[in-house]
Design a protein around this ligand. Structure first.
Ligand SMILES: Cc1cc2nc3c(=O)[nH]c(=O)nc-3n(C[C@H](O)[C@H](O)[C@H](O)COP(=O)(O)OP(=O)(O)OC[C@H]3O[C@@H](n4cnc5c(N)ncnc54)[C@H](O)[C@@H]3O)c2cc1C
Length: 403
């Protein structure tokens, strides 16, 4: 028999994240929706990841690393629910509170996922403490990430980076940017590599912030690189241009896409919970013992949304779990992102409609969640791009064969 309940350790993590979302994010959710670009001071208390400094802290960190290594060895060959599974469960709960605020928690950026997916153990040691954003998108490149124009060339012991990156989540608040650049545009996607660029690197210029429809608590920045210099070993992975590879790009997306799917699941859950609460006050109760023929249209719609939500959630947990268990999950990562992105948009907007004036009014958060959810079907690959990736995998076609 399949048990679809969360095991105790994940359930504990879920409850902890929900408690944080309820106590910290919800009360300030509207405040930072209205004050775009203001830093959510209340989040400073969450700190961020700090590099150990004193001898005692260094010893403690070393002991923890040894414990983690021993646990990983013990778990070799076993089925595990690791960091990725726990991550999606926690992210969904935090985004039930507020997705823009979750993206503003200091120390945890999309670039950190790239570092943990692709960095060498030595680089993880050096950069693991960073608060890293991820800079892929350019004025002339979005979905077509293999077409990047930002360049990196090796000069002595340094990489010199030139180009412009737009729509960088946490681009102002982070201390480090993971920048995608090409070593040789004529060599195609095999020449695209990612670089760890500290914000104070010479030649990095912060240009400005976007004004947005949703996710207004989260900063979205433009950054320019004008002969920006970073040390030679700040490249993630190998500098070798090997045809057929894509510089760790897919490994990064395999981790970040389920995370974005989890964000959509969290926002959709928030909308469903509030809608059910508001409708219950109007006498609409869900009764799973009653057959669907004897349900009202509105009850049937709520059942349908609950079923869609659960399908998205289960696909997302599966994709993250596969990653924890070292199973190739590119197709499942795209599947869950496509499903959760679409379902998140559908549920949040339908909840606005079902609650009518209460849904549209700024007195409640339903209208905000509908605005916040839109981007979750766009960034880290749009709906159409995810479906394209799934189709390529199912039909065994390359990106050149199926565009
Ligand atoms: C709030 C916000 C935060 C963001 N954060 C980040 C970030 O942190 N880092 C980062 O690098 N980027 C970020 N982005 C950028 C985001 O990832 C891009 O917007 C996204 O990849 C789409 O690119 P585009 O906007 O250039 O659209 P385009 O690629 O121009 O696409 C436009 C439309 O065409 C469709 N389309 C494109 N190609 C195909 C195809 N082959 N088949 C079918 N349909 C297709 C797309 O699905 C889309 O609907 C962010 C964007 C926003 C708005």
């Amino acid at each position: 028999m399949i048990n679809l309940e969360l095991p105790p350790r994940l359930e504990q993590a879920r409850q902890g994240s929900r408690a944080m979302a309820e106590a910290l994010f919800r009360p300030i959710s509207r405040k930072y929706d209205l004050q775009e670009h203001a830093y959510p001071e209340e989040l400073r208390a969450l700190g961020g990841v700090r590099r150990p400094k004193t001898a005692e802290e260094i010893r403690e960190a070393e002991a923890l690393r040894e414990l983690a290594k021993a646990k990983a060895k013990q778990d070799e060959g076993k089925i595990v629910n690791g960091n990725n599974t726990q991550g999606v469960v926690s992210v969904a709960e935090m985004c039930w509170g507020d997705v823009g605020l979750m993206l503003s928690v200091p120390g945890v950026g999309l670039g950190n996922a790239a570092i943990s997916a692709v960095a060498t153990p030595e680089q993880k040691e050096r950069f693991g403490h960073c608060y890293a954003s991820m800079a892929i998108t350019e004025p002339s490149t979005g979905s077509d990430s293999a077409n990047i124009s930002t360049t990196a060339r090796l000069e002595g012991d340094e990489w010199v980076i030139n180009g412009e990156k737009i729509f960088i989540t946490a681009g102002e608040r982070c201390d480090t940017v993971v920048v995608w650049a090409t070593l040789d545009k004529s060599a195609g996607k095999a020449a695209i590599k990612s670089f760890i660029v500290p914000k104070d690197a010479p030649g990095l210029e912060f240009v400005g912030l976007e004004n947005k429809l949703g996710l207004r608590a989260s900063d979205t920045a433009t950054i320019r690189f004008d002969n920006c210099r970073v040390p030679k070993d700040n490249i993630l992975g190998s500098p070798e241009i090997k045809q057929g590879s894509f510089g760790g790009v897919m490994q990064t997306f395999d981790n970040t896409r389920p995370t974005v799917a989890a964000m959509a699941i969290g926002v959709a859950r928030a909308s469903l919970d509030l809608t059910r609460e508001l409708l219950e006050k109007e006498g609409v109760q869900l009764d799973y013992d009653k057959d669907v023929w004897h349900s009202s249209a509105i009850q049937a719609e709520l059942y349908r949304m609950e079923a869609e939500w659960d399908a998205a959630r289960l696909l997302t947990i599966k994709a993250a779990w596969m990653s924890d268990n070292k199973q190739a999950n590119s197709m499942e990562a795209s599947m869950c992102k496509a499903k959760a992105g679409r379902v998140g948009n559908y549920i949040t907007l339908r909840c606005v409609e079902l609650c009518n004036a209460m849904g549209y009014s700024k007195q409640d958060l339903l209208e905000k969640w509908a605005r916040d959810s839109k981007i979750l079907d766009i960034f880290e690959g749009t709906q159409q791009i995810q479906l394209l990736i799934v189709a390529r995998r199912l039909l065994n076609k390359s990106s050149a064969e199926l565009k």
